[in-house]
Design a protein around this ligand. Sequence first.
Ligand code: XMP
Length: 519
Amino acid sequence: MEKPISFDKILILDFGSQYTQLIARRVRECQIYSEIHPYDISVEKVRSLSPRGIILSGGPASVYEKDAPRCHPALLRMGIPLLGICYGMQLIAQLLGGEVAHSEKREYGKAKLTVDRSGTLFKGLGGKGDPLTVWMSHGDHVKTLPPGFHSIAHSKNTPFAAIEESHQRIYGLQFHPEVVHTQRGLDLIRNFLFHICRCSHRWTLRSFLEQVSHDLKQKIQEGKVICALSGGVDSTVVALLLHRVVGDRLRCIFVNNGLLRKEEASQVVNLFRHHFKIPLTYVDAEHSFLQRLKGVVDPEDKRKKIGKEFISVFEKEAQKIGGVKYLAQGTLYPDVIESVSSKGPSATIKSHHNVGGLPEKMKLKLVEPLRELFKDEVRQLGKVLGLPDSIIKRQPFPGPGLAIRIIGEVNRERLEILRNADEIVMEEMTRGHFLTRVWQSFAVLLPVKTVGVMGDERTYENVIALRVVESQDGMTADWVRLPYKILEHLSNRIINEVRGVNRVVYDISSKPPSTIEWE
Ligand code: XMP
């Protein structure tokens, strides 16, 4: 049997910080494999994973609260290098005999950090008289250091902003090196990975490809797989990956759920049948999806109903093919983390249909080869697999489709309005050369009507909201400052050309605290 390739691994224990995934991303940007685990992971499990280092994330709790999340204290004595960030540092301090106190004033935002001893963690960073800007977000602070520790950096309000116990290789940072506002934050993480944990076996997409192909072969053996295609980059990459591994035991299914953008269905069919020459079953399920969505307005309810309908369609198709054991999906890491709070206390935000909305008694077993990857990593993998740029650069499109961009009830008439507005958004974004420069650009149909005047007539019609965001991985996002000229074209065209719309507004919210999709 082929031996799976090995690479160094970093564990990230999730204490509920909104930045936990960002830590994982940053580690992977350094080409070191990282996995997020719940904070209460067992010592045996850690031993079996044999990580090169452990990072304890931040979190909203206070270590002195009765029910505060704590990792097993023995993890701190395993000889594995540790880096505690914010709450993680406070927990390390408390577990090893230091003292943590409540601060009079919560410190939030940028602070100037003075490095007092550059040592290994700050190697090459923030020399004397050259403070670093760092991002703080804490209400507690370490008041007394545990035995053997000393302070290596301070800020005006935080004397112990960075601490170390270099013999046991245990480090703590009161600020967040993973956020972009922290100057040289990535270099700090790099120092931890390469100089403290001494990671050397790099994790690249080629090594991922070898590993995942090996795992898929082991799992699927001689079984048949169906792959749910959406036309987006994720499921396309899954299909190509599986095709390489199982060949014609893969059957791709494309379900037209009636919630797609204009022309989307025919583009997908062409791409697979004619460009990749991979067999594809096309299922027209518009009617059954719209029936299920009748009268449904609650966002989670919509997602779950759509998830259920998808599965029932796939199961029927699988029965027709016969002998199918597996269903492959393009689930990504952010979907897994955002949908399953059992991985740690990070709150459940939305049930993404391809994870949280799955009915429990599904008869097919799931194959999700991308569940460890972030979006930009999937795009890079697509390149390795030879996908054309036109697909790699496609904007993400949610599984529940236009249904979660129609606030309120979904029906044919409202879908038609949104689809027409959406087509104009795509055209104008392409014309202004913004389509591939932004993360997503789309229209949302609101459940309000407003008064307008067209010619001499009073109108009472729908409002379209435009959402254009930039993002690296969908975890955080900022609204795009589109040129007025493009906004003007968009608004004029939508109001003039889309019957049933008399007002267009622009969404200027960032994620967090908003999300990208409206539902
Ligand atoms: P939110 O709205 O959570 O979206 O900020 C983050 C990214 O995920 C996409 N998204 C989904 N993708 N199934 C998917 O495959 C879903 O149910 C789903 N919901 C949101 C969204 O378009 C954005 O890129």
